[in-house]
Write a protein that binds this ligand. Sequence first.
Ligand code: CTP
Length: 410
Amino acid sequence: MSRQANILLGIAGGIGAYKTPMLVRELAKTGAQIRTVMTRSAHEFVTPASLQAVSGFEVRSETFDRSAEAAMSHIELARWAHLILIAPATAHLIARLAHGLADDLLTTIVLASNAPVVVAPAMNMHMWSHPATERNCTKLTEMGYAMIGPDEGEQACGDEGPGRMVEPCDLADQVVALLQKSARVEGLLTGRKVLVTAGPTREAIDPVRYISNHSSGRQGFAMCRAARAAGAEVTLVSGPVSLTTPPGVKRIDVVSAQEMQGAVMACAPQMDMVIAVAAVSDFAPVKLAEHKIKKQQSAGNWRLELAANPDVLAEVAALDDAPFTLGFAAETRDVEDNARAKLEAKGIDMIAVNDVGNQTIGFNSVNNAMTLMWREAGSVASERLAFSSKDEIAARIIARASACLSACDD
Ligand code: CTP
């Protein structure tokens, strides 16, 4: 790491807490400074004396500890952290984080900090697979928190399954990789305005029916998080999805392609970069029926007349003084040839293409693999982005796109 990293380690009351002095030592080996904050129940599993000895800093626990606050207030601590690691993260702490509670020092610091948050869950396997925990973890991921683990294996309670905290040396390695990743995009888009489209559109047929697609919006939301991490002012134009708006992002909700076109074209001329991840419906019914269409109305087969929707991204690329345009393509065959053709046909600067014929990636999956293609010196250059989380892919795309944007400025 080029600068000295300040890592705030939050420790909750799970059995994995007894390994945290070792975790502090592993993190310290990378040259990082570590300060620790314990929840009250963490004291049942590890002592502040051990943590203070290995970290070299006083351990914090209480929000209203006047002498500790005088030395470094919780807000200063929140600003000090370049990264917050919560290990072990119990089911209860994950629930509190998912709901934005600030009922102790650790959760207050998390809310008050802009630093990336990494959560290492550790709990009984049934608590881990409970739908409430699953929902809470999904919320954390949507807010941009990274999850590491849990590992599978024998548990302290005797059960065998997922729920063990990742071992300290692996955890430290993964945290260092994350710090390097955020350093990769940090500052790349400072002072830039970026617009992202995400999700599906819905094209109404009658008051109860519509045409749409399987887009979850996750890749678009990950692009917003990566653009924010890179320092951009981000506007999100989103079709109907059930995802939480990433912190610091201005969101405009739309339903149809026409509405998306209106919202995007109103902002596009002020943008430096437009990233179109939305799966815009290519066609919409010519007529919107005023009342629900009855099956008796169309004896036998029913023909629905469709008209082409505007191509939002192509319109942005055709603007005078157009922003840098980045499109996404989902293809089921001839993946790279189709992407190259779209780059040309839409007149855009860059395209990220994924193979949705492969069931483990793309629509509705958490992971993604992509090929990035862009114009360079009169031809098309490309980079393969290996199978990874949508957040990791998004960071790599932002790194490449911002380099191309800077090259356009030169
Ligand atoms: N796009 C858009 N407006 C449309 C259609 C697509 O802005 N009406 C954008 C998407 O957000 C994406 C890119 O264009 O960034 C490619 O979308 P895709 O659906 O793959 O391409 P199409 O042009 O619709 O081509 P086809 O459906 O024939 O594959």
